[in-house]
Ligand binder design. Structure first.
Ligand SMILES: *Cc1c(COP(=O)(O)O)cnc(C)c1O
Length: 222
């Protein structure tokens, strides 16, 4: 099992440019498998549920150079715990959440790195800004000076063709470019978090700087 995980990670690393960061998504993945991924060189881990993540962080305390990424929908009542225990938050999906994170970050005197989650295609099953809504909120987001906004994150709807997938990732990249050109002092658009097991090669073609891979490394989830 650990050999298979190491082999997968080696294969993926050979496919992706050296400056693309591979985040292992370990929701529902055992500690044993996470240790195997660490042994194979993974230092970025992503989780979508706070309780599960905190338990795993406890058990992996000896691996002190892990960078933790929060990737799930975040309720404001859990915001403080997430801020205290994660280095990156990929799933900032509303102005209200961003404002709460900003306020708590001020109290904690931290400047967390975050992504704004955007839906470039309509998807009733997903959280995130629609493009027009995001453009409207930019000037208010720009005022959240405790947040270190790094770029956009997207998750595509299921069932797209290859062409549609590539087009949707390119649209995300173009949106980031468009925002960059507005020269907001506080909105860096230097990172793009996009690409999962089924579509990461398209995401990289469209300029992803971080890919979030679970099942292709660890096998299918239940
Ligand atoms: C589960 C998850 C992933 C990884 O998906 P896989 O299909 O297992 O690669 C990536 N991003 C988010 C936000 C997820 O919830």
């Amino acid at each position: 099992m650990t050999d298979l995980i190491a082999q997968k990670i080696t294969e993926i690393n050979a496919q992706i440019p050296a400056d693309v960061r591979l985040i292992a998504i370990t929701k529902q993945v055992s500690i044993e498998k996470m240790r195997a991924a660490y042994q194979a060189g993974i230092r970025d881990f992503g989780e979508n549920r706070l309780q599960e993540a905190l338990a795993k962080q406890q058990q992996l305390q000896d691996l002190s150079d892990i960078t933790w990424h929060f990737i799930g929908h975040l309720q404001t009542n859990k915001a403080k715990k997430v801020l205290e225990n994660f280095d990156w938050i990929h799933s900032v999906d509303s102005l209200k959440l961003a404002q709460v994170l900003n306020k708590i970050s001020g109290e904690l005197a931290i400047h967390p790195k975050v992504f704004l989650q955007v839906k470039v295609l309509p998807d009733p099953n997903k959280y995130g800004w629609q493009i027009e809504e995001l453009l409207t909120d930019l000037s208010q987001l720009n005022q959240l000076e405790n947040l270190n906004i790094q770029g956009l994150m997207t998750i595509l709807p299921l069932g797209l063709s290859d062409l549609e997938t590539l087009a949707a990732f390119k649209k995300t990249q173009e949106l980031a470019d468009q925002i960059k050109q507005e020269n907001f002092a506080h909105l860096s658009m230097s990172q793009l978090s996009m690409g999962m097991s089924g579509d990461y090669l398209f995401a990289i073609q469209a300029g992803a700087t971080m890919i979030r891979l679970g099942q292709i490394i660890f096998g299918e989830r239940n």
